[in-house]
Structure formats: C-alpha cells, structure tokens
Design a protein around this ligand. Structure first.
Ligand SMILES: N[C@@H](CCC(=O)N[C@@H](CS)C(=O)NCC(=O)O)C(=O)O
Length: 212
C-alpha cells in the first residue's frame, strides 16, 4: 500500500505514473499548492522541506525526492522493467540520465519558475529566468539529439523510468519561448508516453494535459 502526496503538474507526476503502472494499492493524497498545503505542520512532519511529492510505504516509512521515489518504485516492481537490472549493460546510462535529469535539467527549470529562490528583485530574477531558458534550450537540443541518434528512448529500445521523468520535465517547459515538446524527437517520446495507459491515467487524475 502506497500513499503518495501530490499536486497537479508537480514532481509527483512520474512517481504517480509508475505507481499506477504497477497496479499496487495506493492512496493519492491531494495537496493544494495554491494554498501552500505542502507547508502545513502535518505535512512538514513527513517532508521537512515542504515539497511535493512524498511517498509513504510499508505502513509508515517515508521518502521524498521524485527521482529517488521513481528509482525506489522500479526496484519494488521489477516486473515493470522500468529500470535496467543491476549489472546489466544499460544500467550505467540509466543512472546517468536519472541523475542528470534531476540535478541539472530539473534544477534549471526551478531557476526559470522560481527566480525568487535565487536572487532578490524583479530585474535580477528576470536575468536568472533568461539564463535558465538559455541553458535549457541547450539541454533540450542535447537530449533531442541523444534520442535521435540512440533512441527512441534515452537508453535506446527499452522505455525506462528516466523517460517518464524526462516527459514530466518537458511539460514544465510549456510556457517557455521554445518548449521541450517542440523538439522533434522529444515530441515523439511524449506522443509515445501519452499512449501508455498509466501516464494517461495520471494526467487524468491530476486534471492536466500535456502539449505535443
Ligand atoms: N527535488 C524535489 C523538488 C520538489 C519540488 O520542488 N516540488 C514543488 C512542486 S513541483 C514544491 O513542492 N515546491 C514548494 C517549495 O519548494 O517550497 C523533487 O524532485 O521531489
């Protein structure tokens, strides 16, 4: 039994898709981030950073950080083959992508959305945003080229959790001048992911759409 704390379009997207794909018993607990419910005293007991998502499993064990949750879920559900097994040839590349996506791409997106976390003042924040967008354009180009040359997924033929994670991150770029989904190979990956019943169900549950 899982409990996943989520809000619409948040970093809970990929973990929720994996839980749905597993068919495991789960309770999805909605937090209204407009009301800053992730900063409530009760939630802070689970996740002291007040960020979404948080996963509760095995009757009271708690973890946060979406990339780690995805990784954990793939290990709990090896039958999904959403991660290459330890020791298998794809493993290094898969781990590389999970780390790169969360510590580089996700972080740059955070700079774009939340300049206020990095500098004070509207003018300075606009510069942070512009620089983040410039960096992200290079990342989308790089990722698009990786998929073009070694795809159709990040690790080649198999679809892994890193692909779910990438598709989630691309959605977060939808308001940028050139969003990730406008890159042709990323676009093809999104279209394919939208065909996965678990991802489509997650979008429906969260009441959101994904641009293609
Ligand atoms: N690195 C964290 C980031 C989570 C995160 O930033 N969540 C957002 C919603 S997408 C949030 O709760 N932000 C509130 C805050 O940072 O105060 C993860 O991937 O789980």
């Amino acid at each position: 039994m899982y409990k996943l704390y989520w809000s619409a379009g948040s970093a809970a997207m990929a973990p929720q898709a994996i839980i749905l794909e597993s068919g495991a018993k789960a309770e999805f607990i909605h937090l209204d981030d407009g009301k800053r419910e992730q900063k409530s005293p009760e939630y802070l007991k689970l996740n002291p950073h007040g960020r979404i998502p948080t996963l509760v499993f095995d009757e009271g064990q708690v973890m946060y950080e979406s990339a780690a949750i995805c990784q954990f879920l793939t290990e709990r559900h090896p039958e999904l083959t959403l991660a290459p097994a330890v020791g298998s040839p794809d493993r290094a590349r898969y781990l590389q992508w999970m780390a790169y996506l969360t510590n580089t791409v996700q972080e740059a997106i955070m700079h774009w959305w939340h300049g206020e976390n990095f500098v004070d003042g509207a003018a300075e924040q606009a510069k942070v945003k512009a620089k983040a967008e410039e960096r992200l354009a290079k990342m989308w180009t790089f990722l698009d080229n990786e998929i073009a040359t070694k795809g159709p997924h990040l690790c080649g033929a198999p679809f892994y959790a890193c692909d779910y994670f990438l598709v989630m991150l691309v959605r977060w770029s939808r308001k940028m001048a050139k969003p990730g989904h406008q890159y042709p190979h990323l676009n093809a990956l999104i279209r394919e992911t939208l065909q996965r019943p678990a991802y489509a169900q997650m979008l429906k549950l969260q009441g959101i759409e994904q641009a293609v």
